[in-house]
Design a protein around this ligand. Structure first.
Ligand code: PEP
Length: 255
């Protein structure tokens, strides 16, 4: 039985004060949740403040990206060590906005994943196809490539501890979610690829979560699919009550 993950990705939203107010409101609303991992991903500027506001709770904190070097002359970049120092224990890697707006390649994703693991940060690795790739029946091949190249040189132990986020690009921020059946097909294929590369035990342990226009109204049908272990949520995670509703719907036993 895999523990579900409900992760908020705030992208380039929320000042420090707004992020802290959100965290204070959410911690109240989810204080009884012990059967799911809840993760907040603030902008870098608010990581420390959110980690402080979440202290003493089960809320986890993620960076939205990192750079693979440990330190040096890399203006504007943030290392795994700096993220950990600020209070993060997870990091989102290879989000489609990084891949498409900032030219991030599968090789860069792999270097970032390995840097995260070397610093004991749990990577949340995003994969997903464009609309054009889906319409030309290339979805599963694209996912295979992203998984194979993004996870190169990982051990089975490391692969089992990952969180993979299946985020079809056409569903992100569009209001058009994948159907539960479309998402389940992609998740099952990702798990099969993980099994091929890392063995059955690692594939069975790895959490594969769905992202793309998840709403309080859609989470339950998605999260009851056998290979969907939670959600990565953008727009609907900006409001604490809506995100708390998503947490409630994504739990093994919803309230
Ligand atoms: C995301 O950016 O990771 C995401 C899933 O966004 P949204 O929920 O807004 O589609």
């Amino acid at each position: 039985m895999r523990t579900p993950v409900l992760a908020a990705n705030w992208k380039m939203h929320k000042t420090i004060d707004e992020a802290v107010a959100f965290t204070a409101a959410l911690r109240e609303q989810v204080k009884d949740v012990t059967d799911a991992e809840i993760i907040l991903s603030p902008p870098f500027t608010a990581v420390r403040a959110v980690a402080d506001a979440a202290r003493g709770t089960r809320l986890g904190i993620a960076g939205q990206d990192l750079f693979w070097e440990t330190q040096g002359a890399f203006t504007g970049e943030v290392s795994a060590g700096l993220l950990k120092d600020a209070g993060a224990t997870y990091v989102i890697i290879g989000h489609s906005e990084r891949r498409h707006l900032f030219g991030e390649t599968d090789a860069a994703v792999n270097a970032k994943v390995r840097a995260a693991l070397a610093s004991a940060l749990t990577p949340i690795i995003c994969v997903g196809e464009t609309l054009e790739e889906r319409e030309s029946n290339r979805t599963l091949a694209v996912l295979d490539r992203q998984i194979a190249e993004g996870l190169t040189e990982l051990t089975a132990e490391e692969a089992g501890g990952l969180i993979v986020a299946y985020e079809p690009i056409w569903a992100i921020g569009t209001g058009r979610s994948a159907t539960p059946a479309q998402a389940q097909e992609a998740h099952a294929s990702i798990r099969a690829r993980l099994e091929q590369a890392f063995g059955r035990d690692a594939a069975a342990r790895c959490r594969v979560i769905y992202g793309g226009s998840v709403k309080p109204e859609s989470i339950r049908k998605l999260s009851t699919q056998p290979d969907i272990d939670g959600a990565l949520v953008g727009g609907a995670s900006l409001d604490p009550s809506r995100f708390a509703q998503i947490v409630a719907g994504g739990r093994p036993t919803p309230v």
